[in-house]
Design a protein around this ligand. Structure first.
Ligand code: FES
Length: 183
């Protein structure tokens, strides 16, 4: 018959306890990393990207033929989002009952474009991108026309349908980095 001394039994149970403690601490530490990581991976699948209508002003406040900047909250605001959950568009009242909204972000690398009333052009200050009044590229590096938002009028309010701004031309960003590192 095998005799286990009291000292040995204590040593074994202490080892068991320490092993379990280290396993649980490891699992806890792994969950601290895994939960936010899984959340970031799943977020695009769970997010509602179908857009949200946002009121940007009374229709009567916009003069026919004018192009004005409007600011609104983006598609998927977060409680901690602060000012970065605001986005902007250039809204033009084409006719009494017809509005067009252009994204304020250049399709090259996303800089905010400004409307030049006298020239009837959208100008990008970053790399000289120019768009005509329809938002088509007139000069410079932008690869695509300005994106447009859907617009509707409801109860006298102009509403813009939010949409995520797609990633801009990242290859252009790489080219610019390469150019600046070679100079
Ligand atoms: S970001 Fe507008 S031209 Fe480059």
């Amino acid at each position: 018959m095998i005799e286990i001394k009291v000292e040995d039994a204590r040593e074994i149970s202490r080892r068991k306890f320490l092993r379990r403690l280290s396993l649980w601490s490891g699992a806890f530490a792994a969950s601290l990393v895994a939960v936010p990581f899984a959340g970031a991976l799943l977020d695009p699948l769970l997010r509602d990207d179908t857009g949200t209508w946002r009121a940007v002003g009374r229709a009567d406040d916009f003069v026919v033929g004018s192009t004005n900047m409007v600011v609104f909250t983006n598609t998927d605001p977060k409680p901690y989002g602060g000012v970065v959950q605001k986005t902007a568009a250039w809204l033009r009242r084409e006719k009494e009952d017809h509005f067009i909204a252009f994204s304020a972000n250049c399709t090259h690398l996303g800089c905010p474009v400004r409307w030049e009333e006298k020239a009837h052009l959208f100008m990008c200050p970053c790399h000289g991108g120019v768009y005509n009044q329809e938002g088509d590229v007139a000069a410079g590096p932008p690869p695509q026309p300005l994106r447009r938002y859907e617009v509707r009028i409801r109860a006298g309010n102009v509403e813009v349908k939010t949409a995520p701004v797609p990633l801009t031309d990242l290859t252009a960003a790489e080219r610019l980095c390469d150019q600046s590192s070679n100079t």
